[in-house]
Design a protein around this ligand. Sequence first.
Ligand SMILES: [Cu+2]
Length: 173
Amino acid sequence: MKRNSLYSLLFIILLPHTSSYAFMSGVSPDKDGGAELSIIKGIILQGPPNISVNAGYGVLKNITDEDITLIRLTSPVFDGVQLHDMEYSDDGKAKMVHITKPLIPAGGELKLAPGDKHLMLINRRRDLKVGEIIKIMVESNKERRYMLELKVIDPRQEKSHKSDSEHHHMHSH
Ligand SMILES: [Cu+2]
């Protein structure tokens, strides 16, 4: 008896970690796109506490033989999630452009990087801890849902992301 309750306790503790799709439990299986679309090296820059917007980068990878067009991006940690591109004018000024229906080509990738396309995470609802995983749910025009996982990093500790502070200054949300 004692052993049984110990096992069930273990089960409860382990359950949230056993499947990365636990979050998608309310999604019917035919709408859960699983690993068809994923983000490789997904990161979110922690950024200054007084700025409620964060940028996310990584490589969106589509392993299916059909294009995936995203029509909705959400996260439990942010009021809004958008995919932005950068537009540079002749005088060197940068402007961010909202891509409402980003497309990840069949068997291909969409690269998100500083100074280029990126995820714009708007109105952070709580503080982010360095190292934690933030979930972003995306939905395709074919009603398939995918969960992306991005790790929070401190850009000051990553020398390879020098341009990020510039990005924050340019931000106009
Ligand atoms: Cu942006």
